[in-house]
Ligand binder design. Structure first.
Ligand SMILES: [Zn+2]
Ligand SMILES: [Zn+2]
Length: 384
């Protein structure tokens, strides 16, 4: 079969295995070449679906994604139980560690680091933690929210200076500093794909988020008795367990993915827009949260605001990664493998001919299990 989009002779299939384009009728699916109804890392979803796990944990197949969703839900349920029983300090600790620990498990599960776990984990999660400790301690010197809160207590006005520091200066500085550990990864030439850059960036961002949470709440952790009245802590805990790590992880993931794209010489408006989007999202998240806290808005609105920003950022990451996966699928030669997304035995090059998954986003074990085919491509039929 000859693909209408890349003009290569390819095995029969719903998707072209070399360029990933959707074959056949294009009436109801929009642009067949960019096929945005079929996200290249998880073809069961549209590109514009703000899904946390399929976006930030791109190397996981269907079943594994469900395991991670369950683990995350169980962690949140655990935090809720600790909150309801008044064990606030324990709840804060679980909230701070939940997403970073899940990500560490993911990195092992997908073996994103290939043969170099120590170097990769050290320069991503470890580097993020160190940067987080240094920067958060430094931030404490120029701005201490606890000391500051007692100063303005009783006055209804908004402190513009504090808002500029927390809502503008700190987000920009953090977005400049957080990608550094991943950029200094010594063997980064071994990980050329944009999806690798995304994962390393998310890992560094989550390491940073962990350090920031522990230092930020250090006075609460040491000052609060182990058992306290639950009160309004549930809102803070939700931000700490969900939105803060997701924002820090996605923003840095987006920026490091762009740096990886730049190294491949493929920097376009879409990627530059990603960096702008990451910084603006972080500013909006921090400034909006600070402003609403100072004006005593219902804390539920703060969570809705944070969720909306994280959702928008996730969609932009998928948009950039989808196009990166479509463009970066080099012809790897035809090989037999099992698609991690649809679990079909396939003979494929860059994309699963059945579901359209970009095989560069497959777990490393799947990539290793590829058995090269020597027959000429057009004779190879998809084995079902
Ligand atoms: Zn094609
Ligand atoms: Zn498939």
């Amino acid at each position: 079969m000859r693909c209408d989009h890349c003009s290569h002779d390819v095995p029969d299939g719903v998707f072209c295995t070399r360029c990933g384009a959707h074959q056949g009728t294009t009436e109801e699916i929009g642009n067949a070449k960019t096929r945005e109804h079929r996200y290249a890392a998880h073809p069961g979803e549209h590109v514009a679906q703000p899904s946390v796990f399929t976006t930030l944990f791109p190397h996981l197949g269907h079943h594994k994604i469900h395991e991670f969703r369950w683990a995350f839900t169980a962690g949140l349920a655990g935090i809720l139980v600790l909150y309801l029983t008044g064990l606030i300090t324990a709840a804060i600790l679980v909230a701070a560690f939940l997403v970073p620990v899940l990500y560490l498990i993911y990195l092992y599960e997908a073996q994103v680091y290939r043969d170099e776990p120590a170097i990769v984990l050290g320069f991503t999660i470890g580097g993020g933690i160190i940067v987080g400790i240094v920067l958060t301690l430094f931030e404490r010197i120029i701005y201490n929210p606890f000391q500051y809160n007692t100063n303005v207590f009783g006055s209804a006005g908004i402190n513009v200076g504090g808002l500029l520091i927390v809502g503008l200066l700190l987000p920009v500085v953090q977005e400049v500093v957080k990608p550094l550990p991943a950029i200094f990864l010594p063997n980064r030439k071994d990980f050329p794909e944009t999806v690798d850059g995304l994962v390393f960036g998310v890992a560094a961002g989550l390491g940073f988020s962990l350090a920031q949470a522990l230092i930020g709440f250090s006075s609460v952790l040491t000052g609060l008795p182990a058992h306290t009245e639950p009160g309004n802590w549930i809102y803070v805990l939700t931000t700490l367990a969900v939105f803060q790590p997701l924002l820090q992880g996605s923003a840095t993931g987006m920026i490091v993915a762009t740096i990886w794209r730049y190294q491949r010489g493929r920097l376009a408006g879409r990627e530059i827009g990603g960096i702008v989007m990451a910084v603006i999202a972080h500013i909006a998240f921090s400034a909006g949260t600070q402003l609403m806290q100072e004006t005593s808005v219902n804390p539920l609105f703060i969570l809705i605001w944070q969720a909306a920003i994280v959702g928008a950022l996730l969609i932009y990451i998928r948009y950039v990664l989808h196009h990166a996966l479509l463009e970066e699928a080099a012809h790897m030669g035809y090989a037999e493998t099992v698609c991690p997304s649809c679990h079909m035995h396939i003979v494929a090059s860059g994309f699963c001919p059945n579901c359209g998954m970009a095989l560069t986003a497959a777990p490393n074990a799947v990539k290793r299990a590829r058995r090269p085919r020597v027959e000429s491509a057009p004779d190879v039929a998809e084995t079902k």
